[in-house]
Design a protein around this ligand. Structure first.
Ligand SMILES: [Zn+2]
Length: 317
């Protein structure tokens, strides 16, 4: 049996059927040659064709197990020109750079802190020589403990009026529309640049209690940063949101391709606009204390197809 990662590529069968029909017509009818000779010629052509059948190697490797809330890398190898490569994980799809030959694609994926533990299917799909392929593997998601964290903020950032609730719903919708739309990508340069200098003041994944009320988990990492600290893009990408949201305050989102987005919140000044292409380490904003904060800091967040994960292990030390 041919293993899953080796694909037989017999190109364009229809074309050969037409050639056979033509050969038979010419040899048997026009040239008046015996059907025995025709059979010999046909057999020779079939043998030649089979010898010309190529085997393409396409493979993808995944870790056996991953931790709740942590990123991981999936690697794809191909010695053929593949089209529409995509990774499917947790019901979401990330699109990869369209065509690769003798190529390697490394893709960052993740789960969030609330992901159920257990076995999850991951699939890799692509088109090759006019056919669709799907490879499947399984990854074990293992539990990771996240501590609880109690915080005191302005009551207006916890008890919302119906007007604010509407605004929050609208902002949530804008955010989801942006980060759930994967553009093509892959092979992001690692490690990522640090978004700013300064110690981590609140880690990703903490279960958050604001003024005694639970508010889910902390979707990003907080860095201590006095107002006016330079904030850098962690990787090359395209700016897809520059706005002011109720809870995140001044916010910038950058698309890094293949479903990966980075967000920078509580900003005092934004130095880029939507559509700008930014480089890894480029200053994009100044930090501040806008939105729901206990003091000035940078809330830095990364997501894969909307799944918020802990990006600190990907940052340069
Ligand atoms: Zn935060």
């Amino acid at each position: 049996m041919i293993p899953q990662n080796i694909i037989s590529v017999i190109p364009n069968f229809k074309k050969y059927v037409i050639i056979f029909a033509f050969l038979r017509y010419t040899i048997v009818t026009k040239l008046n040659i015996s059907s025995k000779l025709y059979k010999v010629v046909t057999l020779m052509v079939i043998l030649l064709l089979l010898a010309g059948t190529s085997h393409a190697a396409v493979n993808f490797t995944v870790p056996e197990s991953v931790l709740q809330g942590e990123p991981f890398v999936v690697k794809i190898f191909t010695d053929e020109l593949i089209e529409n490569p995509a990774i499917h994980w947790l019901g979401k799809t990330a699109h990869l750079t369209n065509k690769q030959k003798n190529g390697k694609i490394a893709v960052i994926l993740a789960t969030d802190a609330l992901q159920k533990s257990g076995k999850q299917k991951i699939a890799f799909t692509f088109r090759l020589a006019g056919k669709n392929f799907e490879f499947q593997k399984f990854i074990m998601v293992k539990e990771k403990h996240y501590p609880r964290e109690s915080l005191r903020v302005n009551p207006s950032k916890v008890n919302f009026s119906s007007r604010i609730k509407k605004r929050l719903a609208k902002e949530k919708e804008i955010y989801a529309k942006i980060v759930c739309n994967s553009t093509q990508g892959g092979n992001l340069a690692l490690p990522l640049a640090r978004p700013c200098r300064g110690q981590v003041s609140s880690a990703y994944g903490n279960i958050r209690i604001f003024n005694g009320k639970p508010f889910g988990f902390h979707g990003g990492t907080d860095f201590r940063a006095a107002t006016g600290t330079k904030i850098k893009s962690v990787a090359a990408g395209r700016v897809c949101l520059v706005s002011h949201f109720y809870l995140p305050g001044g916010i910038i989102i950058i698309d890094h391709g293949a479903g990966l987005f980075s967000s920078y919140c509580h900003l005092s000044k934004k130095l880029v606009k939507v559509g700008d292409l930014v480089k890894r380490g480029q200053v994009i904003a100044l930090s501040g204390a806008s939105g729901r904060v206990t003091g000035p800091h940078l809330h830095f967040e990364m997501s894969w197809c909307g799944v918020k994960f802990n990006a600190t292990s990907l940052l340069e030390k």
